[in-house]
Write a protein that binds this ligand. Structure first.
Ligand code: FMN
Length: 388
């Protein structure tokens, strides 16, 4: 077992062990990847304020997200095709999250289905919804998530159409991979991935294939998304979805204070400040820079969460100290999954937890509730002085 001390260690193993097409799928942003890059480099701009001679015993990273107890304020973000990074990837990630005590969010575009994950876990997980043109299908999907006792519906708002990621087009991304000379040559070097996949429960989209009338080929993700995703999604439809669900709703993909106010108006329980990990609107602001203005607009009335760019416990600390009430990791857990399956996801969570715990101590804090702007050194003009 390799010694893992950082998320980067897991990323290197992920790259070595998983077919290029799926590594690239995780490791890309849209177009020039400016937003993808700035999600991480903007975190680096913020410094932590070191404090000394503070009793650091009895520390805890425990807190709550949407009223649910969490071992630390870090949920696993919904990630499509997780089951292509490792056989039965969604089941493995959900089990790791459950054992660790953090929420797992299953993507609509997962390989394992809602029912597969429910069967393999004992506690409720969260379900992420993409809205499709086919309203009957969406209604059935919501019912399936209810039947599986999912405890929150995460509705993603920033992907009605797909931002272009050049590598996916060049690699011919598909699930399962199409066997061309190029993919076969690459697969030949990833034998442990291949052996795992031979025994996998599923190799295509478990929530879709067999559940959408007339759709039996989802292999070409780009074409399928263009055809099926609902370009007419608006706030009225979001309010209806909330009603249909009847439980806790988290709106994902908010990057603007005006949209945050709309989310509040439709009665969401929480919002996720997110730019989809830099995979949608290239040129959009990083999530951590967008956070202060959104907190100012709605932070005292709705729970504000954040994702995009978190690669360490120090990043989690920065987001929480700025005022977020929870964070999500996408790639950080995917690197772990691709590297070592369930043990790799656990390892990613352990790395982040240890970094958060020790950094809190070195900042002189013993609880998540105690974190605040007083822990941060934020450069002047960090939010940007943008002309509308
Ligand atoms: C490979 C990949 C697939 C993703 N698929 C989905 C998805 O199906 N649904 C969704 O709402 N977000 C999806 N996202 C976005 C994540 O939920 C999350 O917003 C993003 O990964 C956060 O950025 P980070 O990877 O820097 O942590 C995906 C992200 C990645 C990297």
């Amino acid at each position: 077992m390799p010694v893992i001390t950082t998320i980067d260690d897991l990323k290197r193993l992920h790259e070595r062990r998983v077919p290029r097409m799926f590594y690239d799928y995780a490791e890309s942003g849209s177009w020039t990847e400016q937003t993808f890059r700035e999600n991480t480099t903007d975190f680096e701009q913020i410094r932590l304020r070191q404090r000394v001679a503070v009793d650091m015993s009895g520390r805890s990273t425990k807190t709550q997200m949407i009223g649910q107890d969490v071992a630390m304020p870090v949920a696993l973000a919904p990630v499509g095709l997780t089951g292509m990074q490792h056989a039965d990837g969604e089941i493995k990630a959900a089990r790791a999250a459950e054992a660790f005590g953090v929420p797992f969010t299953l993507s609509t575009m997962s390989i394992n289905s809602i029912e597969d994950v429910a069967e393999a876990t004992t506690k409720p997980f969260w379900f992420q919804l993409y809205t499709m043109r086919d309203e009957d299908y969406v209604a059935r999907l919501i019912q399936r998530a209810k039947d599986a006792k999912c405890s929150a519906l995460v509705i993603t708002l920033d992907l009605q159409i797909l931002g272009q990621r050049h590598k996916d087009l060049k690699n011919g991304l598909s699930a399962p991979p199409k066997l061309t000379a190029k993919t076969l040559a690459n697969l030949a070097t990833k034998w442990s991935w291949g052996i795992g996949m031979m025994g996998a429960k599923r190799r295509s989209f478990g929530n879709i294939v067999g559940h959408v009338h007339g759709v039996d080929d989802t292999a070409n993700l780009g074409a399928w998304t263009a055809e099926q995703f609902d370009p007419t999604l608006d706030w009225g439809k979001i309010a209806k979805l909330k009603e249909q669900w009847g439980g806790k709703v988290i709106l994902k993909g908010i990057l603007d204070a005006d949209d945050a106010r709309m989310a509040l108006k439709v009665g969401a329980d929480a919002i996720i400040v997110s730019n989809h990990g830099g995979r949608q609107l290239d040129g959009a602001i990083s999530s951590i820079r967008a956070l202060p203005s959104i907190l100012e607009a709605v932070g005292d009335q709705i729970e504000v969460h954040l994702d995009s760019g978190i690669r360490s416990g120090q990043d989690v600390l920065k987001a929480m100290a700025m005022g977020a009430k929870g964070t999500y990791i996408g790639r950080a857990f995917i690197y772990g999954l691709g590297a070592m399956g369930q043990a790799g996801v656990t390892s990613a969570l352990e790395v982040i937890h240890k970094e958060l715990d020790l950094s809190m101590a070195l900042c002189g804090e013993t609880s998540v509730a105690g974190l605040g702007k007083h822990n941060l050194l934020i450069p002047k003009g960090f939010e940007g002085d943008w002309q509308p």
